[in-house]
Design a protein around this ligand. Structure first.
Ligand code: DGI
Ligand code: FE
Ligand code: FE
Length: 185
C-alpha cells in the first residue's frame, strides 16, 4: 500500500477532526523518524493508518478479537483499546502491509515492552502532534526532541496519570510497557 493509497482510504474513513489529528501525527512521526534515523516512509504510512478503526463498531471489533485470536483480555477493558490491534489486523488482511508498520499501528495506544523504535515514534507522535492540547504537552514535545525513550516513559506516565484521575481500569500492557522503559536508579 502506498502512502497516497493510505491517505485516500483514511480521508474517506475518518471524520474531519480525526483526519486532521492524523495529518498532525504524520508530520510529527516524519520529523521524529528523521531525528532518530528511522525509516521515514514506514513512519509516515503507520501514522496515516494508525486510527483507521477508531470509530468502528465495538461489537464488530470484539468479534475480530475472537476470530483473529487477539489477546482475549482486550474484551474485559475499555473499548478504546480495541481500535489499535483490530485496525492493524484488518489493514494487514486487506492490504498485506509491512510487518513493521502493522506492529506500530497495533502498539500505538498501550505500547509494548521492547517495542521497536518505529513503534516508539508513532506512540509518541500520537501524543504530541500539534493539535493535541493538554497540561504538560509542551514538556513532552521538548523531551521528544532530546530522547525518544524518555518521551515514551513520559507519555506513558501522562496516560497512566490521566487514567488514575478518571478512576478507570488500566490495561496491564500499559503498565508493563512503563516498567520496561522506565530507568530504575
Ligand atoms: O486514538 P487516539 O485518541 O489518538 O489516542 P490513543 O490511541 O492513545 O487512545 C487514547 C484512548 O485510550 C484514551 O481514551 C485513553 C485510552 N487508554 C489508553 N491506555 C489505556 C486506556 N484506557 C484504559 N482503560 N486503560 C489503558 O491502559
Ligand atoms: Fe488511537
Ligand atoms: Fe491517534
Amino acid at each position: 500500500m502506498t502512502y497516497e493509497e493510505a491517505q485516500s482510504l483514511i480521508e474517506a474513513t475518518l471524520p474531519e477532526k480525526r483526519y486532521i489529528h492524523t495529518l498532525g501525527v504524520v508530520e510529527t512521526a516524519d520529523r521524529l523518524a528523521r531525528l532518530y534515523g528511522v525509516d521515514i516512509e514506514q513512519a509516515r504510512l503507520a501514522a496515516m493508518l494508525h486510527d483507521y478503526a477508531k470509530y468502528f463498531d465495538a461489537d464488530m471489533m470484539r468479534q475480530v478479537v475472537i476470530e483473529e485470536n487477539l489477546d482475549p483480555s482486550l474484551l474485559e477493558f475499555d473499548d478504546e483499546l480495541l481500535h489499535a490491534p483490530v485496525g492493524a489486523i484488518l489493514l494487514d488482511r486487506a492490504y498485506d502491509l509491512d510487518p513493521a508498520v502493522v506492529s506500530a499501528i497495533k502498539n500505538h495506544t498501550t505500547g509494548e515492552p521492547g517495542m521497536s523504535r518505529l513503534d516508539q515514534i508513532l506512540f509518541v507522535a500520537d501524543a504530541i502532534e500539534p493539535n493535541r492540547s493538554y497540561p504538560g504537552v509542551d514538556t513532552l514535545r521538548d523531551l521528544a526532541d532530546r530522547s525518544l525513550e524518555a518521551a515514551v516513559v513520559a507519555t506513558l506516565r501522562q496516560t497512566i496519570d490521566y487514567l488514575l484521575k478518571k478512576s478507570v481500569r488500566i490495561f496491564p500492557l500499559t503498565i508493563e510497557t512503563y516498567n520496561h522503559f522506565v530507568k530504575t536508579p
